[in-house]
Design a binder for this molecule. Structure first.
Ligand code: CAA
Length: 380
């Protein structure tokens, strides 16, 4: 077993670290305050090849592995989780699904511009009444011969306004339950496509989260991903990889908070010495370092399994569960270490604490991860 990163992995990590420091850090507080989408920053992320990292270069991707993706996600998320969610959704929920299950025509038409960062996309599974219970889809895609007639509402869509290509899960045959669900590629220029209200969120405030409405949208049959009725399995398989991305985002939020806390503890004095010399602070830093390292190993293991063609559903759920719980806990500790300064925006840790919460919710709540892990361990 070898825990060393290759020279190439180190280079990718450094490139992501430099990008985060130079491009993301300067405006991150302002974007959070103003709920401003990181448009220029996302464009640059695309130019770096970080929006289609794992896609084959023949479809304009970066041809990198999942380990590289984890490393880059951690570095970007240390500074700006609003930007890293755009990156995660585009890479693992949109590009990966299209490359793995899409037709050649779909890859040429949709994957190429998505992987190069020319455009970005979203993944539409959640509905007002179908979140964790994802098989209860109310959005319908009625078979009309050479097209599907799409009607319904999707909620909590990352990149809802900024994105232009969406993978939408919809029910075609209610009688068949989840086997009647299809995954359709829908573009924002289709007639009847409407962007709903922007959510005013606790965290990741720079990302644009919207509801999307479809009213009699005619989606060509050629835009269906996979066989008729493959939509739910498509969503589950895609989310298994997506959860590695969100786990890495949570890891980055936690390690960003830890690095800031360590720096602060070395500078801040109380009771005649730097606060790092007080055991109360040292123990917090020790626990943070330990849990964060464990989260990193979980993320890298899930990525390694995926890269080696081995089953990774359980590993990705374990990584997401552990990393997101760690992010929430570690960011609260980081605010505590910073005292009053932790409670104001200038010191960044309060934002990281707000950003951490969503990692326990999206792409499957912590409770859903426990369902997936529980079912897998019972099989063993
Ligand atoms: N791979 C392949 N197939 C899978 C699978 C996987 N990983 N997981 C489930 N399936 C299949 C099952 O085998 C089953 O098929 P069969 O009937 O043919 O055996 C089918 O899918 C239904 O599965 P379940 O019976 O397990 O379904 P369930 O109703 O019990 O739900 C669940 C399981 C794990 C709770 C699932 O509904 C789930 O993951 N819910 C959470 C949804 C979620 O993560 N939403 C996030 C929205 S996306 C988002 O947040 C994006 C963003 O913008 C950031």
């Amino acid at each position: 077993m070898n825990f060393d990163l290759s020279e190439e992995h180190e280079m990718i990590r450094q490139a992501a670290r430099d990008f985060a420091q130079n491009e993301l850090l300067p405006g991150v507080i302002e974007r959070d305050n103003e709920q401003k989408f990181p448009e220029k920053e996302v464009r640059k992320l695309g130019e770096l090849g970080f929006l289609g990292m794992m896609v084959d270069p023949k479809y304009n991707g970066g041809g990198m592995d999942t380990i590289s993706y984890v490393l880059a996600m951690e570095e970007i998320s240390k500074i700006d989780a609003s930007t890293s969610v755009v990156m995660s959704v585009n890479n693992s929920l949109v590009c990966w699904g299209l490359e793995t299950f899409g037709s050649e025509e779909q890859k040429e038409k949709f994957l190429k511009p998505l992987a190069s960062g020319e455009i970005h996309g979203g993944f539409c599974l959640s509905e007002p009444e179908a979140g964790s219970d994802a098989t209860s889809q109310k959005t319908t895609a009625i078979d009309k011969g050479d097209y599907y007639l799409l009607n319904g509402t999707k909620n909590w869509i990352t990149n809802g306004k900024s994105g232009s290509t969406f993978i939408v899960m919809a029910q075609t045959d209610v009688e068949k339950g989840h086997k009647g669900i299809n995954a359709l590629i829908v573009t924002s220029d289709m007639e009847g496509f409407q962007v709903g209200k922007k959510e005013d969120k606790l965290g990741i405030r720079g990302s644009d989260t919207h509801s999307l409405m479809f009213q009699d949208v005619k989606v060509p049959k050629a835009n269906r991903i996979g066989e008729e009725g493959f939509g739910f399995k498509f969503a589950m398989k895609t989310l298994a990889g997506g959860r590695i991305g969100i786990a890495s985002q949570a890891l980055g939020i936690a390690s960003g908070a830890y690095e800031l806390s360590l720096k602060y503890a070395k500078e801040r004095k109380a009771f005649g010495t730097e606060i790092m010399n007080h055991q109360a602070i040292q123990f917090k830093l020790a626990d943070m370092a330990t849990r964060i390292e464990a989260a990193r190993l979980f993320c890298l293991k899930a990525a390694w399994l995926k890269d080696n063609g081995l089953p990774y559903d359980q590993a990705s759920s374990m990584a997401k569960l552990f990393a997101s719980e760690t992010a929430m806990w570690a960011t609260v500790e980081a605010v505590q270490i910073h005292g009053g300064y932790g409670y104001v925006k200038e010191y960044h840790v309060e934002r990281l604490m707000r950003d951490a919460k969503i990692t326990q919710i999206y792409e499957g709540t912590s409770e859903v991860q426990r369902i997936v892990i529980g079912r897998n361990v019972l099989k063993g």
